[in-house]
Design a protein around this ligand. Structure first.
Ligand SMILES: CC(C)(COP(=O)(O)OP(=O)(O)OC[C@H]1O[C@@H](n2cnc3c(N)ncnc32)[C@H](O)[C@@H]1OP(=O)(O)O)[C@@H](O)C(=O)NCCC(=O)NCCSC(=O)C[C@H](O)C(=O)O
Ligand SMILES: [Mg+2]
Length: 339
């Protein structure tokens, strides 16, 4: 299996690299790197699915209050999610995922206030709060405000809760640089909710621009490529479109591998059967892991001799290549520790 090869490859090289990589902790926050190859939704209204969470091996599990929950079940979903987050976070070391998040409803839905009122009654916070349909920086300010009012800044700050947002409209897509910059500034000023990843809400985006989903996915090419560029400009993880055809595993693999090649860090999944295919697609190959580990080592040696650029396996290497290599090493290190 592709991922196993990559992890094994990494393990052989890890002793040499770990000390070397840690020298670059200032370049990337190595401690907090969260793999999000597969981000799985669990509708909060479905208790049977919520009960499966402890054994789910998706990198990121999203307890869903938004579009996966019918309008008539919002109240039930909030109550079940409150109980689940307490149960799951009490035994967080038994969880198989790297991140447990809760996706609330959007600011524009008018439901977020009630969501956060209920969620703040839980004793525990999730690892991340997740906010869909962010269309403007003003909406983000409203998100910080509602959480600050119900939780108190100290409570959110003390738990180091992360923020993940969804871009799902033409307006959001065009304003992405401003939205992402203001999320990072809001964190700087408030001390809580560090934005860590951005998710492309492709189905809502298609609805917003009036596009129809097709088998070749051409209608999303521009948006997906712009999305990745904007995320990466702010050093944020980019999570690719959901693949809704549950029976088409070949198609899922193809789009996952394409997303990985295009720079996405992971993909949304809606069913447990999609998790492993997506995780494998977003895992670097053994050759890539070896390249990254040796590059990081070589960079360290050259930097200590005062050289910022140098030749490595016939390629010119400088800082951007170091960052790419660190992405790979951090991802495999976390996945290797978990497996
Ligand atoms: C799509 C589903 C409704 C299908 O559910 P179901 O009909 O029950 O499927 P199966 O019979 O194949 O299920 C087999 C077993 O697996 C469990 N299961 C299924 N899905 C999940 C899940 N997501 N989490 C946990 N467990 C799951 C079933 O319970 C069965 O268990 P058992 O009976 O014990 O064998 C369902 O998969 C589902 O609801 N998925 C999530 C849907 C959702 O949340 N959608 C909203 C998010 S997507 C989105 O918003 C994208 C973005 O914002 C955009 O705009 O693009
Ligand atoms: Mg959506």
């Amino acid at each position: 299996m592709r991922s196993t090869i990559a992890v094994d490859g990494f393990r052989k090289l890890t002793a040499m690299s770990r000390a070397t990589v840690s020298q670059f902790a200032g370049v990337r926050d190595l401690v907090k790197y969260v793999p999000r190859r597969a981000l799985l939704y669990i509708p909060g209204s479905n208790q049977k699915m919520l009960d499966k969470v402890p054994n789910i091996k998706a990198d990121c599990v999203v307890l869903e209050l938004e579009d996966g929950v019918a309008m008539t079940s919002k109240h039930l979903a909030r109550q079940q999610v409150v109980k689940s987050v307490d149960r799951l976070m009490t035994n967080r070391h038994d969880l198989k995922c790297f991140e447990l998040g809760i996706r609330v409803n959007s600011v524009s839905s008018g439901l977020i206030e009630e969501d956060v009122t209920e969620l703040s009654k839980a004793e525990h916070l999730p690892n991340a709060f997740m906010v869909p349909k962010v269309d403007s920086s003003e909406e983000l300010a409203a998100v910080f405000d509602v959480f600050r009012r119900h939780y108190g800044a100290k409570r959110v700050m003390d738990t180091n809760t992360r923020l993940v947002i969804w871009i799902e409209s033409a307006r959001g897509m065009l304003d992405m640089p401003r939205i992402l910059a203001s999320a990072l500034n809001l964190h700087k000023n408030s001390g809580f909710f560090k934005l860590d990843a951005v998710v492309f809400g492709s189905d809502d985006y298609c609805a917003d621009i009036g596009a129809q989903r097709s088998a070749d996915g051409n209608e999303l090419v521009w948006a997906r490529q712009r999305f990745v560029a904007c995320c990466k400009a702010f050093q944020l993880q980019a999570i690719d479109a959901v693949f809704i055809d549950l029976k088409d595993m070949g198609g899922l693999k193809k789009y996952s591998e394409e997303g990985h090649r295009w720079g996405f860090t992971g993909k949304q999944v809606i069913h447990p059967s999609q998790v492993e295919i997506v995780q494998n697609a977003f895992m670097p190959t053994a050759e890539k892991v070896e390249w990254a580990t040796e590059l990081v080592h070589a960079f360290s040696q050259h930097e200590s001799q005062g050289k910022g650029a140098f030749q490595f396996r016939g390629q010119m290497i400088d800082r951007p290549l170091l960052l790419q290599a660190l992405n790979i090493v951090q991802m495999v290190e976390r996945v290797g520790q978990q497996s």
